[in-house]
Design a binder for this molecule. Structure first.
Ligand SMILES: NC(=O)C1=CN([C@@H]2O[C@H](COP(=O)(O)OP(=O)(O)OC[C@H]3O[C@@H](n4cnc5c(N)ncnc54)[C@H](OP(=O)(O)O)[C@@H]3O)[C@@H](O)[C@H]2O)[C@@H](O)CC1
Ligand SMILES: Nc1ncnc2c1ncn2[C@@H]1O[C@H](COP(=O)(O)OP(=O)(O)O)[C@@H](O)[C@H]1O
Ligand SMILES: [K+]
Length: 488
C-alpha cells in the first residue's frame, strides 16, 4: 500500500476518535514528544478554524472573543488569519492571556484588541456578522462568572452567526453538561484536533449547530470512543440465496403491532428471509412478504438455518412471554433483545451466561436501561457511555442505548457514539423499527457490533429520508432507501 493511501486511512480513523480531556492531554503530550510545540499546534488549529470562519463570514465583519487559556490563544491566531485574508476583525479580550502560547499568539496579532471590563461599556462592544467564541475550550473548570456569561450572551445576541471554537464556552467537554443557564446557540462548532464527548452528548450537542473537525495531526489513541461511521454494506453475493443471505426469526407475542413494525423494517434491512414465529393465529395485517410459521417455539427453532432471532417487540410480560424468552436464550442463536424482553431479562435466567459466547444486542431506551441496571446489580452511575459499557461487561452482550444521542458499547469496553438523530424519531414504534433493523443486519452479518452500528446509522438516515411527522410504519419503509445509499 502506498504511503499516501496508508496515511489517508490513518487520518480517516483518527478523524472518528472522541477524546476526553485527559485523553486529549495525553495526545497533546504525544505530539510534544514527537517534536511538535504548542505554538505550532495552536497555529495549525487556529488557521484551520480561521479558514472555516472566513468562508462563513463571506466578507462580513468578525468579532473574536478570547479567554485566558489556549482556547483564547487559538482566537488570536484565527483573528490574524482573518486579517491576513482582508476580513474585518476585532478581538475582545475577556481576560488577559495566561499561558505562554496564548501570550505569544496575542503578541503576533497586529489588529485591534478591546479589553473587556468596566472600561468597555455595552456601547463599546463590537456588533457584526460573525462571533467567534474562544473564551474557554476543554480547560473550562467551573461555571462562567456572571460578568463573562453576560459578555458572551450580549455578543452572541448581536451577531447574526456564531462559531464556537473547540467547544461552546460553558460546556463540560467530558459530560456535555451546560454549566450555566441561558448559554447561546451556535451556528457552527469546530472541534480542534479530535472530537470530545460533549459533541455527541445531550444537552450540549443541541446547542452546537453544525459540527466540524479541524485536523491538527493528533495520533490514534488506543481505547478512544469512536464516532458512528457511515457503513458500507455489500450487495448479496452473486450466488446468494435467501437462507445464505440471512434468515431472521421474529418471536411474536401479545401485541402484534410492534412485532409487525419490526418485521417491516427487517424486511428492508437486508435479511433474505424474515419469519414471524407464532404459537397462535397469524395476526391480521401481515404483509405478503412476511412468512408466518406457526407452532411451538422450540419446534420452530429446530430449523437449523436461522441467522438471528429478535425477541421483545410486542412480547408482553406474562408467563408465556417469559417462556418464549427462555427458549430464545436457550437457542444459542445470535439474538436481539428489545422492549419487554429487556425487562424480563435477569442474570439468573438459563442462557444469560451464554450471551458472551454468541452475537447478542440489547437495545434499551433510558427506562429499560434503568430496569436492566437494577436487575444486573449495576449502580447506574456515570454518563451514558459509561453506563452502557457497564451493562455490556455485566451481560456479555453489545448494548445499544437509545436516545437523542444513541451509544453502542461492546463487552470489551469499546464505545461508538451516534450523532444527534432527528427528533421526529420520538414517535411510538420507532424503537421497534430499530430493533427489526438490528436483527436484520445481525441475520446477515452475525456480528453484533457491526449489526448495531449499521442499524443505528440506517435508522437515523431513514428518519432524515422520511422528513417530518412520519409514522413509524413510514420510517420502516425508509430503511430500504437508506440501505441503498450505502451499498458498496
Ligand atoms: N490539546 C491540544 O492539543 C490543543 C489545544 N488547543 C486549544 O487549547 C484549549 C485548551 O486550553 P486550556 O487547557 O488552556 O483551556 P481553556 O479552555 O483555554 O481555559 C483554561 C483557562 O481558563 C481558566 N478557567 C477555566 N474555567 C474558568 C471559568 N469558568 N472562569 C474563569 N477562568 C476559567 C483556567 O484557569 P483555572 O482558574 O481553572 O486554573 C485556565 O487559565 C482547547 O480547547 C483548544 O482550543 C489548541 O490550541 C491546539 C492544541
Ligand atoms: N428526541 C429524539 N431525538 C432523536 N431520536 C430519538 C428521540 N426520541 C427517540 N429517539 C429514537 O427513537 C427510538 C425510540 O425508541 P423507543 O423509545 O424504544 O420507542 P418505541 O418503544 O415507541 O418503539 C430510538 O431509536 C431513539 O433513539
Ligand atoms: K470556545
Amino acid at each position: 500500500m502506498s504511503n499516501r493511501t496508508d496515511d489517508a486511512r490513518k487520518r480517516a480513523q483518527t478523524a472518528r476518535q472522541i477524546l476526553t480531556v485527559a485523553q486529549m492531554r495525553a495526545a497533546e503530550q504525544g505530539l510534544m514528544d514527537a517534536g511538535h510545540d504548542v505554538h505550532a499546534l495552536m497555529q495549525r488549529a487556529g488557521r484551520g478554524a480561521g479558514e472555516w470562519v472566513r468562508r462563513l463570514a463571506a466578507g462580513r465583519s468578525v468579532t473574536v472573543l478570547c479567554g485566558p487559556g489556549n482556547n483564547g490563544g487559538d482566537g488570536y491566531v484565527i483573528a490574524q488569519y482573518l486579517a491576513d485574508h482582508d476580513v474585518p476583525v476585532c478581538v475582545v479580550a475577556a481576560r488577559p492571556p495566561q499561558t505562554d502560547a496564548a501570550r505569544r499568539a496575542r503578541s503576533l496579532f497586529a489588529g485591534e484588541v478591546r479589553e473587556a471590563g468596566a472600561a468597555l461599556s455595552q456601547e463599546g462592544l463590537p456588533r457584526g456578522g460573525v462571533l467567534v467564541d474562544c473564551l474557554f475550550g476543554s480547560g473550562l473548570s467551573r461555571p462562567l462568572s456572571d460578568d463573562l456569561a453576560a459578555l458572551l450572551g450580549d455578543l452572541a445576541a448581536h451577531h447574526a452567526m456564531r462559531v464556537a471554537v473547540d467547544l461552546p464556552s460553558g460546556v463540560d467537554a467530558d459530560t456535555g453538561a451546560l454549566l450555566n443557564e441561558g448559554l447561546p446557540e451556535w451556528t457552527l462548532t469546530l472541534a480542534l484536533g479530535a472530537w470530545k464527548p460533549a459533541h455527541f452528548m445531550m444537552p450540549a450537542c443541541v446547542t452546537m449547530g453544525a459540527v466540524r473537525l479541524v485536523d491538527i495531526g493528533v495520533e490514534a489513541m488506543p481505547g478512544a470512543a469512536q464516532v458512528l461511521a457511515r457503513p458500507v454494506i455489500a450487495a448479496p453475493a452473486p450466488d446468494a440465496h435467501k437462507y445464505r443471505r440471512g434468515l431472521l426469526g421474529i418471536v411474536a407475542g401479545a401485541m402484534p403491532g410492534a412485532t409487525l413494525l419490526s418485521a417491516q423494517a427487517a424486511l428492508r434491512g437486508g435479511a433474505g428471509y424474515v419469519r414471524l414465529l407464532t404459537g397462535g393465529e397469524a395476526p391480521s395485517g401481515v404483509p405478503a412478504e412476511l412468512v408466518v410459521s406457526r407452532g411451538a417455539l422450540p419446534d420452530l427453532l429446530a430449523d437449523g438455518r436461522y441467522g438471528a432471532l429478535l425477541v421483545g417487540p410486542g412480547l408482553g410480560r406474562d408467563d408465556a412471554a417469559r417462556a418464549k424468552l427462555d427458549v430464545a436464550l436457550a437457542s444459542g442463536l445470535p439474538l436481539v433483545i428489545d422492549a419487554d424482553a429487556l425487562v424480563l431479562l435477569q442474570p439468573g435466567l438459563a442462557g444469560v451466561n451464554g450471551l458472551a459466547t454468541r452475537a447478542c444486542v440489547l437495545t434499551p431506551h433510558e427506562g429499560e436501561m434503568q430496569v436492566l441496571e437494577h436487575n444486573f446489580g449495576l449502580s447506574g452511575e456515570g454518563d451514558r457511555p459509561a453506563r452502557a459499557v457497564a451493562l455490556a461487561r455485566a451481560s456479555g452482550a453489545h448494548v445499544l442505548l437509545k436516545g437523542p444521542c444513541s451509544v453502542i458499547a461492546a463487552p470489551d469496553g469499546s464505545v461508538t457514539m451516534g450523532s444527534r438523530a432527528s427528533s421526529w424519531l420520538s414517535v411510538a414504534g420507532s424503537g421497534d423499527v430499530l430493533a427489526g433493523t438490528v436483527a436484520s443486519r445481525l441475520a446477515v452479518t452475525r456480528d453484533a457490533g457491526a449489526a448495531a452500528a449499521q442499524a443505528l446509522w440506517l435508522h437515523s438516515r431513514a428518519a432524515e429520508r422520511a422528513g417530518s411527522a412520519f409514522t413509524s410504519g413510514e420510517l420502516a419503509h425508509a430503511i430500504g432507501g437508506a440501505l441503498a445509499e450505502v451499498l458498496a
